[in-house]
Write a protein that binds this ligand. Structure first.
Ligand code: SAM
Length: 177
């Protein structure tokens, strides 16, 4: 399955940290790419540094606006999954989502335009209480992939954690310049 994430509606400066965390969750939980408007170019550097150290080829694409991107992705066979507390309950819809081949997950910020509910193939609630786009994305990605995202190999990593009961065990790959 190919999973991409699009972040819509983030506010300059105020949402920077949350948007960075949305991107980090997308990467760590198996998505290939995040698309967002360029409100803070530093996010790209942050993610490049993470890829450089911890491996993988997760990418960020800056877009001008979400609507043409969602239309284009739909034409390319992606099913649009909009995370919203008003959507269908994840417990009821997760098995349908697992059958899809390509998903574009739409994550909102402050205010989500009404149209997105119509563009979406699935409006999905992670419970029906307001919480956070970071937690909603993490839970959705986990429910879809059922934990298998953590078996993903992040190739080219300079550091690899060996999970351990006590302390930290990190294998550091030597590099020669
Ligand atoms: N009142 C806002 C609206 O217009 O929907 C909610 C904004 S909320 C802080 C930011 C984003 O978090 C939402 O757009 C949605 O993607 C996600 N989110 C928050 N709670 C959620 C829930 N219970 N289920 C699914 N997504 C949720």
């Amino acid at each position: 399955m190919v999973i991409e994430v699009v972040r819509i509606g983030q506010r300059v400066v105020r949402d920077d940290r949350v948007t960075t965390h949305v991107a980090l969750v997308a990467r760590a939980f198996g998505a290939k790419k995040i698309l967002m408007t360029e409100v803070n170019p530093d996010i790209k550097d942050t993610l490049e540094k993470i890829n450089n150290t911890w491996g993988g080829d997760f990418s960020i694409e800056f877009i001008d606006s979400w609507k043409p991107v969602i239309k284009m992705k739909k034409e390319n066979g992606f099913k649009i999954v909009h995370l919203s507390m008003y959507g269908e309950e994840i417990n009821d819809i997760q098995s349908d989502l697992r059958k899809e081949e390509k998903l574009l997950i739409v994550v909102g910020a402050e205010k989500v335009p009404r149209e997105i509910y119509e563009y979406a193939d699935y409006n999905v609630g992670i419970g029906s209480q307001p919480h956070s786009e970071i937690s909603a994305l993490a839970i959705l990605l986990d429910r879809i992939q059922q934990g298998n995202q953590f078996n993903k190999v992040f190739s080219g990593a300079k550091r690899k954690i060996i999970p351990t009961k006590n302390g930290k065990n990190v294998v550091v790959k030597e590099t020669r310049d």
